[in-house]
Design a protein around this ligand. Structure first.
Ligand SMILES: Nc1nc(=O)c2c([nH]1)NC[C@@H]1CN(c3ccc(C(=O)N[C@@H](CCC(=O)O)C(=O)O)cc3)CN21
Ligand SMILES: CC(C)C(=O)C(=O)O
Ligand SMILES: [Mg+2]
Length: 341
């Protein structure tokens, strides 16, 4: 809302917006009065009671410590401020700004289309909402494959402009020099092997990897190479559980599985998949467990709004701004004089 507009709203209707940071805002932000008529009350998430409330920011050391304790690392994607906000408040250890946002947020055919500038825009919005989780940004296709220097330049842009804490890139042994280059510059790298969607055209589509003996051996070779290059963890996507378990047992860094069974050091899912925020009938990868039905809930709410507008049930009196009685009387008198109606 513009300054001019804010000045028009009577001060009496201003309330302290109860934010998701809890009821007691620090003094530094207590001037953040917004002209909202209602303090949002949510029965399912009482203010200040979210799992991540007051949690210290997750760092690379926190992740290391979870790994040592054999406690599974939780990771989910987010692509904007609200989706990062809810993931952070739910207490996720890591939030990934995946290039899958090309498909789930931008409506592109696959992930190869998304540009660096677009990834940076989404990273920035996620970073603003994330107070606790460790953030990772996917390097989009074409921004790291040419040479280690190109990879480092892109990784620096993701951190400086995207405001995220680490980068992820797809590829195994052939990417080791790039992973080493970025890591040595002080940017943590999450590797990603198995099904690498940016390479779908040479994989023959989104296909399970490491199903054959040769494929499984290649996966182990790749995992060891990215570890050796300095990756702080490695995503294993769409590989048999047996192979992922073996890789996990033979590495000294965490494995983050997606469609890789229960033997990994952690799990990641695409948020819109697991919350069910997509039209009915969409075919999901086999590994997705749908924990919610956000689409139906949004549909219900929007259709109820539509019905209320059509029937004039909304807005009701409580959603309107009353004029003081004396002002209204004066106003009506003036209208009568001017022959308005
Ligand atoms: N919304 C969304 N969720 C994802 O998990 C995801 C994306 N988008 N986009 C990028 C990649 C693509 N992903 C996918 C997509 C499909 C399958 C899939 O359908 N796999 C088949 C097996 C295919 C085969 O091996 O022949 C399956 O049955 O799960 C797997 C991973 C994972 N990533
Ligand atoms: C599925 C995860 C690992 C990913 O790379 C993405 O969301 O882009
Ligand atoms: Mg990705």
């Amino acid at each position: 809302m513009s300054r001019a507009l804010i000045d028009l709203v009577p001060k009496s209707s201003w309330v302290l917006r109860s934010t998701s940071w809890g009821n007691s805002l620090p003094a530094a932000v207590s001037h953040a009065f917004l002209p909202v008529a209602q303090v949002r009350q949510s029965s399912h998430s009482p203010m200040g009671a979210s799992p991540s409330h007051g949690r210290k920011p997750v760092t690379i050391n926190t992740l290391q410590s979870l790994y040592r304790k054999n406690e599974p690392i939780t990771m989910i994607t987010a692509h904007d401020f609200p989706s990062a906000h809810v993931a952070d408040h739910a207490g996720m250890d890591m939030i990934l700004v995946g290039d899958s946002l090309a498909m789930v947020a931008l409506g592109m055919e696959d992930t190869s289309e998304v540009m660096m500038e677009e990834m940076i825009l989404h990273c920035r919005s996620v970073a603003r909402a994330t107070k606790s989780a460790f953030t990772v940004g996917d390097l989009p296709m074409g921004t790291y494959e040419i040479a280690p220097e190109q990879g480092l330049e892109s990784a620096i842009r993701m951190v400086k402009e995207g405001r995220i804490k680490s980068v992820k890139l797809e590829g195994g042994i052939e990417m080791a020099p790039t992973i080493a280059k970025i890591t040595r510059a002080g940017i943590p790298v999450l590797a990603h092997i198995g099904l690498t969607p940016q390479r779908q055209n040479s994989l023959g589509g989104f296909r399970v990897q490491g199903k054959s003996t040769a494929g499984a051996l290649k996966l182990i070779e790749d995992a060891l190479a990215v570890q050796e290059a300095g990756a702080f963890a490695v995503v294993l996507e769409a590989v048999p559980a047996e192979v992922a378990g073996l890789v996990t047992r033979n590495l000294a860094i965490p494995t983050i599985g997606i469609g890789a069974g229960n033997g990994c050091s952690g799990q990641v899912l695409v948020q819109v998949d697991m919350t069910g925020n997509f039209p009915p009938g969409r075919i999901l990868p086999k590994f997705v467990k749908q924990y919610g039905d956000v689409w139906s809930e949004s549909m219900r709410a929007i259709q109820a709004y539509k019905a209320d507008v059509k029937s004039r049930a909304y807005p009701a009196v409580e959603h309107t701004y009353p004029m003081p009685k004396d002002e209204l009387a004066e106003f009506e008198k003036l209208i009568g004089e001017k022959a308005l109606r």
